[in-house]
Design a protein around this ligand. Structure first.
Ligand SMILES: Nc1ncnc2c1ncn2[C@@H]1O[C@H](COP(=O)(O)OP(=O)(O)OP(=O)(O)O)[C@@H](O)[C@H]1O
Length: 242
C-alpha cells in the first residue's frame, strides 16, 4: 500500500526525517511511536503530500502522494482542530465527501447523504448530528473527525494521536472502532499510548529522525533505548515481554 525509499525531510536547517525506508502492506495496523519531535507527524504529512520530501521516494498504491490523496483519510490531532468554528457535526462529516482537491461548488448527492447517514449511525453519532462541534466532548469530537475521514472512502486511514487526552473509556471506544475498520482498511496511527501496542496494533515503527525498528510488536529494551534515547520505564518493559 505504501512504499518509502531513502526519504529525507528538512525544515530549513532542521532534519526531521533521515533516510527512512518503510513498506506498509494491505490491512496492516501500523503504530508509529517515538519521542516528541521524533518526526512522526512529519512522516504522516509527507505521506499526505502536505510536505515535500527533500529527497527520496514515496509511492502510495504505486502512485505519487499527490495523485494518491484520494486513497487517504486523515484524522488530525483533535487538540489542533479549530473547534470554535461555527459548524455542526453533520456538516463536518459531509466535508469528507468532497472530491480532492476540494470543489466548493460540490452539490451533495443523495448517495453522499445516505453514506453520511450510515457513517453517523455506525459511529453512534446520529443523535449529535445537529450539534455544534464546539459543544462536543473530546471523545465525541474525535469520532466526528474519524467519521469525516471515512466519508472519503479511504483505502488507508492515517491518524495522528487519536486518543491524546481522552479517558480510558473513550480511548477503548476509538480502539474498538479502529479494530473493526481494520478488517477492510489499512491503518497507520501515531501514538504515545503504549497500551494499544499489545491489543490492536499489528506492527510497529519506532521513529526518532531515523527508523530504528519496523516489524512485529515485539519491542526489546534495546530498540526502546535506541528510539527514545533513555532507559525504558517499567510499563514499557512489561509490554515488550507480552
Ligand atoms: N513547520 C515546521 N517548521 C520547522 N520545524 C518543524 C516544523 N514542524 C516540525 N518541525 C520540527 O521537525 C521535527 C519533527 O517534528 P514532528 O512534529 O514531526 O515530531 P513528532 O514526532 O510528531 O512530535 P510530537 O510527538 O511532539 O507530536 C521537530 O524537531 C520539530 O521541531
Amino acid at each position: 500500500m505504501i512504499y518509502i525509499k531513502n526519504l529525507n525531510v528538512q525544515y530549513g536547517s532542521i532534519t526531521a526525517l533521515s533516510d527512512i525506508n518503510l513498506k506498509v502492506s494491505k490491512n496492516d495496523f501500523l503504530g508509529i511511536i517515538g519521542p516528541n519531535g521524533g518526526g512522526k507527524s512529519t512522516l504522516l504529512k509527507t505521506i499526505l503530500s502536505l510536505i515535500p520530501p527533500s529527497s527520496g521516494t514515496i509511492r502510495i498504491l504505486g502512485q505519487n502522494p499527490k495523485r494518491a490523496r484520494k486513497y487517504l483519510g486523515f484524522v488530525p490531532q483533535f487538540s489542533k482542530f479549530k473547534i470554535d468554528f461555527p459548524i455542526n457535526v453533520n456538516d463536518v462529516v459531509s466535508i469528507g465527501c468532497l472530491a480532492k482537491p476540494i470543489n466548493i461548488f460540490h452539490r451533495y448527492t443523495s448517495e453522499d447523504k445516505e453514506k453520511i447517514s450510515s457513517i453517523l449511525e455506525k459511529l453512534d453519532l446520529k443523535h449529535l448530528k445537529e450539534r455544534q462541534i464546539g459543544e462536543l466532548s473530546g471523545g465525541q469530537l474525535q469520532k466526528v473527525l474519524i467519521a469525516r475521514a471515512l466519508a472519503s472512502d479511504p483505502e488507508i486511514l492515517l491518524l495522528d494521536e487519536p486518543t491524546a487526552s481522552l479517558d480510558s473509556r473513550a480511548r477503548n471506544d476509538i480502539y474498538s472502532l479502529l479494530k473493526e475498520l481494520n478488517h477492510n482498511m489499512t491503518i497507520i496511527m501515531v501514538t504515545h499510548d503504549m497500551s494499544i501496542l499489545t491489543s490492536h496494533v499489528k506492527s510497529i515503527a519506532c521513529l526518532n529522525q531515523t527508523l530504528h525498528y519496523h516489524g512485529e510488536v515485539n519491542l526489546t529494551d534495546e530498540i526502546m533505548q535506541k528510539t527514545f534515547g533513555c532507559p525504558v520505564d517499567l510499563f514499557t518493559k512489561r509490554i515488550s515481554k507480552i
